[in-house]
Design a binder for this molecule. Sequence first.
Ligand code: MD6
Ligand code: FE
Length: 206
Amino acid sequence: MTVKPVPPEGFRLLPGTFDRVQQEALVTLIRQILEDAPLFQPVMPRTGKAFSVRMSNCGPLGWVSDINGYRYQSTHPVTGRPWPAMPEMLTDLWQTVAPDSPPAEACLINFYTPEAKMGLHQDRDEEAFDAPVVSVSLGDTATFRIGGTSRKGPTTSLRLASGDVVVLGGEARLAYHGIDRILKGSSTLLQNGGRINLTLRRVTKG
Ligand code: MD6
Ligand code: FE
């Protein structure tokens, strides 16, 4: 009898992908993006319950959630403006870790206060799952939980520190995952603490 590994095949943690100087440069770029495309407070479809994280996006498409559902759209839900361009540091990262995939179309920016968390979920609002999802962590360390492709079943937990990159490809592309907690004060990168997570995705069929 064979048992499936947790995390599944195709999960990669690349610790320290961005050094401190690069992290500071990325934060500066993200702050510029947020001046044009401010963080908004998404709510859960149907219930209208607010997420504990605030979000924005850059790139041609952005992920949004409101009372009507989850979807990708080309404009900010509050300002109505197109999302700002994706910085080269992020398109370069995508090229490096997903060289065989078409370009990323969406970069979701999640901002966590020390109290925020993210429930166990799959990233499955995209049209195809051939390309991986690539994430960058900045600021306070988070406890990341990952399981298999079914909601039940074993999970494992690991820490994501500032500068770490996670790749969910292959079998892990549809793995359940979430953020249990933020380790308050664990990083000096962000002036007022907290954590930023960037997730890069291909949305349309390449
Ligand atoms: C987070 N990350 O790290 C939440 N999704 O705050 C995600 O939801 C995620 O890290 C897909 C791939 C990698 C991720
Ligand atoms: Fe996710």
